[in-house]
Design a binder for this molecule. Structure first.
Ligand code: CP3
Length: 341
């Protein structure tokens, strides 16, 4: 299927674009009343993730309702622990919890490397349905959590401000940590390859908790596994988004990936200096900017693009949309980018 709008893929590959492509992290979700309506009919979040027709429906909503240049498949990074044998629950307003965790060598016996086609076939099916329904309107982004972020949830057992239990395991049991990180990495490579075979046009790794590690720990426990994944994926462009990892930008520049995602804690010009000209940059508007009035949103968005430049650049936020941001304000951001042609 030929894509009618391939701005995202051209920008990712460093090719010329008439204007930067735009999409938003968490564009499919609670900001859209249409998402909440689908969600309310269901028992819980996991039912939505595991029902391919519905996952496809909410994946396409932001393309129709916000006018973004890409869809991102509706799922969660926590499907990997689940496929490895560690199920999660999603509590309303409180986030994910894991009834069991991995904290010892014995615990490793409870889990296995995921077999993507049998354990995660519902994601492949959601991707196939989405691709068919999109019929080439925009590219579809696949994704997974980066190994350290998945490790953090599997050891901590829930979200946390400090992830001190996860970090304790890195300091006390480095061998166990590396074994678990390798199992997650192997699971993730198979999972991303399955998503690509099903139709994902680009894949993004979310290292949401990168910022809790020291540079030295990040080099030891995160980067080598991200590098393995980058080296294994040759089929489509890869984006690395590591929140809070401004200390690792020169190392990201060395990875075999196409795009580096940035949070709002770094100046675009600083990021470009550190990364150099070989990568496309993505980001990095503070999501809270979208609480402001339309004039402010337009000004801040234009300032951001002026700093990044229109080439080798994908417009996005510095992290996901918050549920109480008004859809009109999100559209103002998207329309500002689309008016840059
Ligand atoms: O539109 C999209 O971005 C695609 C869908 C998507 C979801 N989760 C749906 C979701 C994506 C890409 C994710 C990734 C994800 N999940 C990350 C990495 C990105 C990031 O935000 O740093 C992380 C850390 C998770 C884990 C996770 N899932 C948490 C901590 C929570 C609870 C927090 C919250 O916002 O409630 C979730 C739940 C979740 N995943 C929701 C959505 C739309 C909200 C729950 C709901 O709709 O009922």
């Amino acid at each position: 299927m030929m894509l009618q709008n391939d701005l995202l893929l051209r920008a990712a590959r460093g090719q010329y674009v008439e204007r930067p492509p735009v999409w938003l992290m968490r564009q499919a979700g609670r900001v859209l009343p249409e998402y909440r309506a689908v969600r309310e009919r269901l028992k819980n979040f996991i039912e939505l993730v595991t029902t391919p027709e519905l996952a496809a429906e909410v994946t396409i909503q932001p393309v129709d309702l916000l006018g973004v240049d890409a869809a991102i498949i509706f799922s969660d990074i926590l499907v990997i622990p689940e496929a490895m044998g560690l199920p999660y629950e999603m509590l309303e307003k409180r986030g994910p919890i894991f009834p069991q965790t991995i904290r010892s060598e014995q615990d490793l016996q409870k889990i296995r490397v995921a077999d993507a086609p049998s354990d995660l076939g519902y994601v492949a099916e959601a991707i196939r349905i989405t691709k068919r329904a999109l019929s080439g309107r925009v590219p579809l982004i696949g994704f997974a959590g980066a190994p350290f972020t998945i490790f953090a949830y599997m050891t901590e057992g829930s979200g946390s401000k400090t992830f001190s239990t996860a970090k304790k395991i890195l300091y006390r049991s480095p061998e166990l940590s590396h074994k678990l990180l390798q199992m997650i990495t192997d699971s993730t490579i198979g999972y991303l390859k399955m998503q690509i075979a099903a139709g994902a046009d680009l894949v993004q790794l979310f290292d949401s908790w990168a910022g809790i590690l020291s540079p030295a720990q990040y080099r030891t426990f995160a980067l080598p596994y991200i590098a393995q994944i980058c080296n294994a994926i040759n089929e489509v462009p890869v984006t690395i988004f590591a929140k809070g990892a401004f200390f690792a930008l020169t190392e990201f520049a060395q990875l075999k990936c196409h795009v580096i995602g940035l949070d709002w804690n770094i100046e675009p010009t600083t990021a470009r200096q550190q990364i150099g000209n070989q990568k496309t940059l993505q980001g990095n508007l503070d999501p809270c900017t979208l609480y402001a009035d339309f004039d402010t949103i337009r000004k801040e968005t234009q300032k951001m693009v002026a700093a990044f430049g229109k080439q080798h650049y994908i417009a996005n936020l510095g992290h996901g949309l918050y549920p109480d941001i008004e859809p009109d304000h999100v559209r103002c951001f998207v329309d500002t980018i689309k008016s840059l042609a």
